[in-house]
Design a protein around this ligand. Structure first.
Ligand code: HEM
Ligand code: HEM
Length: 217
């Protein structure tokens, strides 16, 4: 049962939720296709993930309040204070969760970018592999392979952290990532939302930019 000074409020916008659950579906597919040697499919999904992450980075600057980096990225002192009190001033990611969000986004970005320059050495080259020397492409491929393990590790920590948060703080963060709505203190002011059409426009622009880069480089 909920205590009465809490009420449900929309906190996550649709684009952020769609971004998350699409990522959740595509990242395991990337591992499966790579290990099954389905490199064409792997590269296609990898580029879709690149577009998704580039969209999310742009959304972090011009999207809804809780999606903006300035809203949730706080310094080490905010993380220490959150760890000490368990209280967060933000409606969206808490300061500790924010550090994990940044680590995940940065790793996925570098992973997807490095894939563009990678080669499996037996006939599949990423679309930009021809722009580098074979020594450089080999180095980037090694980075791509190594980062895949880091990413898998981060995802495991991320999921365990979400489940631990539920157990220790009694707050289920998973349902809000589906519904968009969270229990918040009564009196908390509603976050500002950016229209979903803007997200769609950013997403399409990013996809077109990648397409043009592929055609021209
Ligand atoms: C491949 C798997 C996954 C990846 C790459 C991933 C990545 C991310 C990222 C980047 C965010 C930040 C969302 C944003 O602000 O845009 C996030 C948030 C979140 N993820 Fe995941 N995620 C994965 C799987 C999962 C799973 C399986 C769960 C459920 C147990 C989950 C639950 C959540 C929740 C609840 C949040 C919001 C946390 C908060 O309220 O601060 N994620 N995830
Ligand atoms: C976030 C996106 C991506 C993830 C998570 C991912 C993940 C992986 C994984 C797990 C492997 C196998 C590593 C191993 O052999 O142990 C792999 C290999 C590879 N990936 Fe990706 N990948 C991504 C994006 C891309 C993209 C966009 C491309 C190209 C367009 C690409 C091209 C390749 C190539 C060429 C290999 C073979 C490397 C080798 O055989 O040594 N990847 N990737």
């Amino acid at each position: 049962m909920r205590i009465t000074n809490m009420h449900k409020m929309r906190v996550w916008d649709l684009p952020t939720r769609l971004f998350h659950w699409t990522l959740f579906a595509l990242i395991p597919l990337l591992f499966m296709t790579a290990y099954a040697g389905r490199m064409d499919t792997h590269a296609a999904i990898g580029q879709a993930v690149l577009v998704l992450v580039m969209f999310r980075l742009a959304w972090g600057f011009c999207g809804s309040q809780t999606a903006r980096f300035i809203d949730f990225v706080k310094g080490p002192s905010a993380i220490r204070s959150y760890l000490a009190t368990g209280q967060s001033e933000t409606l969206g990611h808490n300061p500790l969760g924010a550090a994990m969000v940044l680590a995940l986004l940065a790793t996925i970005l570098v992973q997807a970018l490095s894939g563009l320059f990678s080669s499996d050495g037996i006939g599949f080259d990423g679309p930009f592999a021809h722009l580098t020397s074979s020594v450089a492409s080999d180095a980037v491929t090694r980075l791509h392979v190594a980062l895949a393990y880091l990413l898998a590790g981060l995802v495991v920590i991320h999921v365990v952290a979400v489940l631990l948060h539920w157990k220790l703080h009694g707050e289920n963060l998973i349902v809000p990532m589906f519904s968009g709505k969270k229990w918040v203190q009564a009196g908390a002011s509603e976050p500002r939302f950016t229209h979903t059409v803007a997200a769609f426009a950013i997403f399409v622009t990013t996809a077109v930019l990648l397409f043009i880069a592929r055609k021209t480089l």
